[in-house]
Design a protein around this ligand. Structure first.
Ligand SMILES: [Zn+2]
Length: 326
């Protein structure tokens, strides 16, 4: 991949590309951002550019031996580790140290990518710190994190931090239409529900029940105001929102329904609507309710999401939400 092909976060990609042009790669980087935002892609692009024998304008050439090896996953001097179980353990970092002190296999540089680096145990972090305090020439370390705050400040302060921000919906939609065989509406929905992460958008398209989950969320969203009883409302929820993550996604989907109503009530164009295939339906629904109520429901949905995040029982949080709205 090239930096110019990276989806969103142009500033971050350019910053790295310029370091290649100037030949001034630092010894440690942290790429921080949500799951699916493209941290691994960016890390491998950077690694490829570092290894490339003929990089042009900071971009990997894609045709030299080194570039080809990176693409096929066979470059002997690029090492990747991730969690062993739920964390990265001290022994794994110990294993890396051996690589650090041996000569590169192919050229004059070694790249180490540590994925989910924020799960490193404190012992593992302390061991890694020693490496950062006495950097070995020709070694570039790339730590990928979702929660940079889990890293020791002594590690963060010795690294260049690249923060990856959520990508705009339109950019994700274009990417999905280009990279997959999906249709316009599915790309629109997956982009909207991806939380700004292209990788997550792609994964949603692969999930067979994504559309079914969304359809169920709409039934529940409508039930809040269509005079369903509490029991009827709870019955629309189904069993698959018993987990925290699934419940939060469900809440988010319901929020989209009400945000769409808000846009319609404010006379905004159809292109702003997420649930475009329900446009007529939403317009009709809008007549049955009012702006004040829509805003109130959105507020309660946000409160409920927060409660669920704070580990309040999902069942209790949803019942409470229904009763407060009605
Ligand atoms: Zn190359």
């Amino acid at each position: 991949m090239r930096f110019s092909e990276f989806i969103g976060n142009k500033e971050a990609a350019d910053r790295l590309r310029k370091q290649i042009i100037n030949g001034k790669a630092f010894h440690a980087y942290i790429f921080d951002g949500a799951e699916g935002i493209g941290k691994r892609k960016l890390a491998y692009t950077f690694a490829q550019a570092l290894m490339c024998k003929n990089s042009i304008d900071g971009e990997p050439c894609q045709i030299c031996d080194a570039c080809k090896k990176v693409v096929s996953g066979n470059h002997g001097d690029i090492h990747y580790i991730t969690t062993d179980g739920s964390s990265i353990k001290d022994e794994q970092i110990e294993g890396l140290q051996e690589i650090l002190f041996s000569k590169p296999f192919d050229g004059d540089r070694t790249v180490l990518i540590i994925d989910k680096a924020d799960t490193m145990t404190v012992r593992a972090q302390n061991r890694l710190l020693k490496t950062l305090e006495e950097p070995v020439g020709g070694v570039t370390l790339i730590l990928l994190t979702e929660k940079i705050s889990e890293l020791l400040p002594t590690i963060t302060s010795r690294s260049i931090v690249i923060r990856l921000k959520p990508v705009e919906k339109e950019q994700i939609k274009e990417f999905l239409l280009r990279e997959t065989e999906t249709d316009e509406l599915s790309a629109e929905l997956a982009a909207a529900y991806s939380w700004g992460c292209p990788g997550k958008g792609k994964r949603l398209l692969d999930e067979e029940d994504f559309k079914a989950r969304r359809a169920r969320s709409i039934v529940s969203a409508r039930a809040i105001v269509e005079k369903a009883t509490l029991t009827e409302f709870m019955a629309t929820l189904g069993e698959d929102i018993s987990g925290k993550e699934a419940a939060l996604e469900f809440m988010e989907m319901m929020s989209f329904w009400y945000k769409d109503l808000l846009f319609i009530a404010n006379g905004m164009e159809k292109s702003y609507i997420v649930n475009q295939d329900h446009y007529e339906d939403l317009t009709e629904f809008c007549k049955k309710t009012n702006l004040k109520k829509i805003c109130r429901i959105l507020e309660k949905l946000e409160d409920t999401k927060y409660d669920i995040m704070m580990n309040v029982s999902i069942n209790y949080a949803l019942k409470n939400m229904y009763l407060e709205i009605n």
